[in-house]
Design a protein around this ligand. Sequence first.
Ligand code: SF4
Length: 420
Amino acid sequence: MAEFAAAVKKNKWPEKISATLIGSCTNSSYQDMDRCADLVKQAKEAGLKCTVPFLVTPGSEQIRATIARDGQIDTFEAAGATVLANACGPCIGQWDRQDVPMGTPNSIVTSYNRNFSKRNDGNPATHCFVTSPELTTMMAIAGSLSFNPMTDSLKTPSGGEFRFKPPFGNELPKSFDAGENTFQAPPKDGSSVQVVVSPTSDRLQLLSPFNKWDGKDIRARVLIKAKGKCTTDHISMAGPWLKYRGHLDNISNNMLIGAVNAENEKVNSVFNALDGSYGAVPDVARAYKAKGIKWVVVGDENYGEGSSREHAALEPRHLGGVAIIVKSFARIHETNLKKQGMLPLTFTNPADYDQIGSRDEVEIVGLSSFAPGKQLTLRVHKADGKTVDLKVNHTFNEGQIAWFKAGSALNGMAEGAKRS
Ligand code: SF4
């Protein structure tokens, strides 16, 4: 903690905390909540309350109902906390933050498990510090990044000194309250059920099945060669975009808009081979799709790390992407791509990343004998007419190859249901 306080000063991070947040799916067990409530009680007994906004997101309906019954929610609210719905909430950017204008440097402390830039409130100037729920709670009372609960005390309203004691929380409640049951059982025979979606809705859209593989090797343009970290937030940004999660075409307008183009080091600016201009990534992808031109993404290490956001795989597929070729993948994203009928491929030699340019075309050769453990060839057609053959690996098993051939896992399942 002492080193952290020194780093705050050295880096000129805003010392005054603007918000503290605990909960979401991570660090939100009964014990976490009970220990945090214990800290809040200690402070309350000394006459102290939260000095900065303290947002609590219960991890599930069961936790919400149980801590409502057992009093922890009352304890938090009495200290000035706001208890949010039991959902991802600000962890995924569902935070309509009004108190800090966009672009204003500020520090928040959370016990969520992600801290990418703009992740929680969409503000690139927000510094997000991730720590335990207990430390976050103490920071909600202290309000300063420099506060060290091991050594520092807080002034009480009566002029005394208050120091936190180690928190205690029950590991489990006496019993869990399952909470509100919102499950609606489907009808036994669903054959006459119609899902009606307004064609003018900009929030909801029925999914159309993706096209099946046509049985041929694939030739495609490089849409973007992404440089450095490319998380699912770079591929499909959260925040205000989340309202379009039910509308694939609309949310696809955020596809890769956060990724850095290795060619010009810019975000959301890629070469359009149709007219030689530079455009936004989704716009160029749509232009290619309209002309029937397939495209691929080239990426760096650990491509697709972050929340397992299905849209980060659905969007490239929807806009005409066929393969993502990278040095290495985050495992869940790699599987998500397979489910949507995309080809996640890795360079056998990671240095081959340097052999592909942003203006090249590639051919994926060997798909007619696509098999588990068998490498494919990536034939790179350079802008100057030369070609380079690179070996690429994949991790498809037989079942996943069937998804690719069917166009997606859903297509494959639908085909299976028809056969049975
Ligand atoms: S966004 Fe991901 S990490 Fe955050 S609460 Fe939701 S599921 Fe958990």
